[in-house]
Design a protein around this ligand. Structure first.
Ligand code: SAM
Length: 313
């Protein structure tokens, strides 16, 4: 099945009265090496912590014509694909009619109940010791909201159930997700994702690998969930309810710290905590009280939230 040929893609779209929709981030993969490389990386990560016989499943977001789906179907036991475009969905159903391990859900991933999807379509795989991953050439207009939604659909006191999320995104966003504190790329999304997962870059993909070509270079990253907030910060409360409150407080501090990036933390957080409290918490943590949020790692934000909310004077 050649789903990466530009002429074939044009033909399939035309036969179904379709054309690429920019508003839905439709840039289809036409370099056949790339879908195979993404699927292989995703499957390698899926198998790391499971036994040899265990089954592995994957959720694909935005399968489009199906170039990546075809490769995922080769290396995963089950593929559940979520596509918003009803025209593309019809085309996809025809192409994959004979694939027993591929199922399409027509809908908006941003409105999908992710834990329910996991339970309904992968409950058996998870119960028998297998793993579930996410893999996608993400529509760029919702890159960070989708990543945050997938990670935040689960309780922060434990590990997010996905073994990994291997996704193609704009290189600029990949730089932000992997940035170190104190660098210009570092921001709220870096620290927020770090509360849930570690991020690694896999490889870059040039605009010529897509039809139509996007204006930017893309990068395939893997987001690998860790054990949750308690793994990131060992002093996080043992009680689950207190720990959830602690996670929420940390997230709010991160958001407020980057809302006005050039402000010092004492000023940026002044709507939430008295300036003196923030200054003395920073001093207790060995930081300069005039520091800006962009210099704090996710662990530092946890420590600050702990000082401001949990620590008894
Ligand atoms: N996977 C295909 C490939 O690699 O060639 C297509 C990738 S294209 C970058 C993004 C796909 O996501 C399109 O098929 C688009 O219709 C779909 N999409 C856009 N927004 C979506 C949403 N909110 N929920 C589900 N799918 C969406």
């Amino acid at each position: 099945m050649d789903l990466c040929s530009v002429s074939r893609i044009r033909e399939m779209l035309a036969e179904n009265g379709l054309s690429p929709r920019k508003s839905l981030g439709q840039n289809f993969l036409i370099n056949p090496r790339i879908p195979a490389m993404i699927a292989e990386r995703s499957a390698d990560l899926a198998r790391i912590n499971v036994s040899g016989e265990a089954r592995v499943g994957v959720i694909e977001i935005g399968p489009g014509i199906g170039a990546l789906t075809a490769e995922l179907a080769e290396v995963f036991d089950r593929v559940i694909a979520v596509e918003i475009d009803t025209g593309l969905a019809e085309l996809f159903e025809k192409t994959f009619a004979d694939f027993e391990n591929v199922k399409l859900i027509v809908g908006d991933v941003m409105k999908t109940d992710v834990p329910a999807l996991l339970e309904d379509h992968f409950g058996d795989i998870l119960a028998s010791g297998g793993s579930v991953s996410v893999c996608a050439n993400l529509p760029y207009y919702i890159t960070t909201p989708v990543i945050m939604k997938l990670l935040e659909s689960f309780d922060p006191t434990g590990k997010c159930p996905f073994s990994s999320l291997t996704v193609m995104i704009q290189s600029e966003v990949a730089d932000r997700l992997t940035a170190r504190a104190g660098t210009p790329e570092y921001g709220s999304i870096t620290a927020s994702v770090s509360l849930r997962a570690d991020v690694v870059k896999n490889f870059d993909v040039s605009p010529g690998s897509f039809y139509p070509p996007p204006k930017v270079t893309s990068t395939v990253i893997s987001i690998i969930p860790h054990g949750g907030i308690r793994e990131r910060f060992s002093d996080a409360p043992e009680d689950d309810i207190e720990c959830r409150d602690f996670y929420d407080a940390t997230s709010k501090i991160i958001d407020a710290s980057f809302a006005q990036r050039r402000k010092t933390l004492t000023n940026a957080l002044s709507g939430m905590y008295p300036k003196e409290s923030v200054a003395s918490a920073l001093i207790r943590l060995g930081k300069n009280p005039d520091i800006r949020g962009e210099r704090l790692s996710a662990e530092d934000f946890c420590a600050l939230a702990f000082q401001l909310n949990t620590r008894k004077e």
